[in-house]
Design a protein around this ligand. Structure first.
Ligand code: GLU
Length: 507
C-alpha cells in the first residue's frame, strides 16, 4: 500500500474555554504533523447542541493564534475536505447512518427515555446490548410492519450500533501498545437521533476521520474507552484498511495529591488552567488565562510539551522548531503527568532571559504606562538597557516594575531598615563630598565612574560598604538593585546628583 500523507486533527467541542489539557493535545498533533510534513486539521465537533457555548470556537482559534500553533485546514482556515463544522455536515452523516442500517450493522430503536429508565430500575446494571436488545422496542425485536407503521407515523427513534458479543477488540495504541477489550462489555451505542437529525459524537467522529483522510488520532486518555467502538465502526463500514493509528495521551494530574487536574486546583493554588482569560456568557464567571497572567507563549508551549513527553534526555529548553524535530510519540508516557505549575513559572523566567532586551522592553511599555509613567518620554534604547539590567530578577514582565521603578521615578521615601543601617551622622557630609566627585566627572560611564568613586573612597579611607550603600539608598530608595554605576550611567549625572541632594535633605 502506498504511504499515506500524515494527516492529524484537533477536534474540540465548543462547550466552553479550551482546557490546558486540550491545548497540549493540539500541540502534540501540531508537532507530529510538522515533523512528518503532514497536515493538521481543525474540526469543530458541535453535534451536541445542548452543550454549545457561544464564543467558544473563537476563543479556541484565538488561543492557537497566540501560541503559534497553526492549522492547515479547518474551520476558519479553509481546505478541500470541508465543511469542518459537524453541524454543517448533517446530510453526510445521514448517508452513512443509512449505509449501516442497510448492511445490518445498526438498527432502529423506539424506546423512550421513560421506558429505558424503567428497564434500569428493573434490571441491575442494565445495558442495551446483545443480551437485552431482543426484549426492547427496536427493529430487531419488532415485526417489520410495526416498525414501518411507527416510522410512517413520524415516531421519534434512535439508530443504535449492533455490537456483536464475545469478540476481542484490539486497539493498537502507539503509546499504550495493544489494548484488548471484549465486545460483550460494550453497549449498542446510539449513533443517530431523529429528534435533532444529528449523529452522536461516535458516528460523526469516525465518518469525519475517514472522509478527512486522518492517519493518526492523537487525543486525550479520556477517549480511550471509546476506541474499541471506533475500531468496530471502521470495520462495519469496511474501512479497516485506512483506519487511523491511535495514540492516547496521558492525563494531566493535580500538582499535588492524586486525580485529574481541575479548574479548582488552579483557583486554589493560583495558576490558570486555560490559555486565555474567559468570561462565561451563561454564568458570568471569569477564569484566568496564561496570556493575561503574563506568560510568554513560547514558555507555555515548552512547558506543555514536557507534560507527558520527554526528548529522551534531560534537555528542557526547546524552541518550537526543536520540539518539531525531537517529538516522538514513543517517548510519551502512559502514566499521568503531574501539572507542575511552578515549572511553568520557571520556563517563563528562562524565556524572558532569552528574549532580546528590546522585545521585552516593548512588552514592558504597557506595564509602565499602567503605573502612570509617560512612556513616550523615554527612548527605546533607555528602556532596553533598563530591561537588560533587571530582567534576570523576574519571572513575569509585569514584575519588572518592582525591579526598575527607580529608573522612572525618584524615590519618595527611603527604606527604614536601610536608613538605620547605612545612614549615620557622617553620611550627609560624605554624600556632599561624593557629589563634588561626581560633579567633577565628564565621563559618566559605568566603568569610569566606578574607578573614580572607588578611588576616592579608598584614598579617603572611608568604609566602602557604608558609603556605597548610602549612595544606593539615596538613588534607589533602598539597598537593592543592579550594579550601582550601571544605574547612575543610565540616570545620568544631573539626575544622580539631584537624588543625592534630595536624600540629604529628606533623611
Ligand atoms: N470532540 C472531542 C473532544 O471534544 C474529540 C475527541 C477526539 O479527538 O476524538 O475532545
Amino acid at each position: 500500500m502506498a504511504e499515506r500523507k500524515v494527516r492529524v486533527r484537533f477536534a474540540p467541542s465548543p462547550t466552553g474555554p479550551l482546557h490546558i489539557g486540550g491545548v497540549r493535545t493540539a500541540l502534540y498533533n501540531y508537532l507530529f504533523a510538522r515533523q512528518h510534513n503532514g497536515d493538521l486539521v481543525f474540526r469543530i465537533e458541535d453535534t451536541d447542541s445542548s452543550r454549545f457555548v457561544p464564543g467558544a470556537e473563537e476563543y479556541i482559534i484565538e488561543s492557537f493564534r497566540w501560541l503559534g500553533i497553526t492549522f492547515d485546514e479547518g474551520v476558519s482556515f479553509g481546505g478541500s475536505h470541508g465543511p469542518y463544522r459537524q453541524s454543517e455536515r448533517r446530510d453526510i452523516y445521514k448517508r452513512y447512518v443509512k449505509e449501516l442500517l442497510e448492511k445490518g450493522k445498526a438498527y432502529v430503536a423506539f424506546d423512550t427515555p421513560a421506558e429505558l429508565e424503567e428497564k434500569r430500575k428493573e434490571i441491575h446494571n442494565f445495558q442495551y446490548d446483545a443480551s437485552t436488545r431482543m426484549g426492547m422496542r427496536n427493529s430487531l425485536a419488532m415485526p417489520q410492519e410495526e416498525v414501518s407503521r411507527l416510522m410512517a407515523a413520524g415516531t421519534q427513534y434512535v439508530v443504535r450500533f449492533k455490537v456483536e458479543p464475545d469478540e476481542d477488540v484490539h486497539v493498537n495504541d502507539l503509546i499504550r501498545g495493544d489494548v484488548v477489550i471484549n465486545s460483550s462489555i460494550l453497549d449498542d451505542k446510539v449513533l443517530y437521533k431523529s429528534a435533532d437529525e444529528l449523529p452522536t459524537y461516535h458516528l460523526a467522529n469516525i465518518v469525519d476521520d475517514h472522509l478527512m483522510e486522518i492517519t493518526h488520532v492523537i487525543r486525550g486518555e479520556e477517549w480511550l474507552p471509546s476506541a474499541p467502538l471506533h475500531v468496530l465502526l471502521y470495520r462495519a463500514f469496511g474501512w479497516e484498511g485506512t483506519m487511523p493509528q491511535f495514540a492516547h495521551l496521558p492525563l494531566l494530574l493535580k500538582p499535588e495529591g492524586n486525580g485529574k487536574l481541575s479548574k479548582r486546583d488552579g483557583d486554589r493554588l493560583g495558576f490558570p488552567v486555560f490559555p486565555l482569560e474567559w468570561h462565561d456568557p451563561k454564568t458570568g464567571e471569569s477564569s484566568s488565562g496564561y496570556r493575561e497572567a503574563g506568560y510568554l507563549p513560547e514558555a507555555v508551549v515548552n512547558f506543555l510539551a514536557l507534560l507527558g513527553w520527554n526528548p529522551g534526555n534531560d534537555q528542557e529548553l526547546m524552541s518550537m522548531d526543536e520540539l518539531v524535530s525531537l517529538f516522538n510519540l514513543s517517548h510519551c508516557s502512559k502514566a499521568g503527568a503531574k501539572f507542575d505549575y511552578k515549572k511553568g513559572i520557571w520556563f517563563n523566567h528562562e524565556y524572558i532571559l532569552r528574549k532580546p532586551d528590546a522585545e521585552v522592553a516593548a512588552l514592558f511599555k504597557p506595564v509602565l504606562a499602567g503605573h502612570g509613567v509617560d512612556v513616550a518620554a523615554y527612548n527605546d534604547d533607555y528602556l532596553t538597557r533598563v530591561v537588560g539590567l533587571v530582567k534576570g530578577r523576574v519571572n513575569f514582565v509585569k514584575e519588572l516594575w518592582e525591579q526598575a521603578r527607580f529608573f522612572f521615578v525618584a524615590p519618595e521615601s527611603y527604606a527604614e531598615k536601610d536608613v538605620k543601617k547605612r545612614w549615620s551622622e557622617d553620611t550627609p557630609r560624605i554624600m556632599g563630598e561624593l557629589m563634588d566627585v561626581l560633579r567633577g566627572m565628564t565621563d559618566f560611564s559605568s566603568k569610569h565612574a566606578e574607578e573614580v568613586v572607588i578611588g576616592w573612597i579608598t584614598e579617603k579611607g572611608y568604609h566602602m560598604g557604608n558609603v556605597m550603600n548610602a549612595f544606593r539608598l539615596a538613588v534607589v530608595g533602598e539597598c537593592k538593585g543592579p550594579h550601582m554605576f550601571d544605574i547612575t550611567e543610565l540616570l545620568g549625572k544631573e539626575e544622580t546628583l539631584a537624588r543625592i541632594e534630595k536624600a540629604v535633605q529628606a533623611i
